[in-house]
Design a binder for this molecule. Sequence first.
Ligand code: HEC
Length: 143
Amino acid sequence: MKKILYWGLGSVILLQFIRPDFHNPKVDDTVALQTDAKTMSILKTSCYDCHSSETAYPWYHNVAPLSWVISANIKEGRAALNFSHWEAIDANVKLERLERAKKLIRNEMMPKSDYLLMHENAVLTNEDKKTLEEFFDSQIEKL
Ligand code: HEC
């Protein structure tokens, strides 16, 4: 019994040596999204940890296996939509992501539910949703 415990503990410690790269890329202000303070504050609180180069890492981000889940979310999130590259995104792709963002927010599929468990302040109120929807619509009109 003791042996199993030691093996278990040993494996958990060994897992800690497999570390994802948590380096935030530099933000280029000429292409990063610029918008009004209210919209920006909602995006920064609820979306930027996975959809920008300005991720704020929680204290447990280095603890495996959580670190792998967090790293995958950031990698896939940035690949799908990165507000730090906003002006450099192709117009057709942008349109698609904006339409999708509206649906995902309406259906409460973004921010992701596992993330919300640890980030209660990122839960969108109805007013936040309205502000974001208006922002997405204003961006769609510009295209
Ligand atoms: C915990 C990380 C995380 C947070 C926070 C988050 N997202 Fe995502 N998002 C992802 C990941 C991962 C993907 C890509 C995989 C997928 O679609 O599930 C994604 C995909 C997307 C896509 C592209 C979907 C597609 O299929 O084209 C949009 C749009 C999006 N998110 C919008 C948002 C918005 C808006 C917010 C804030 C209100 C937000 N997300 C918050 C992780 C996150």
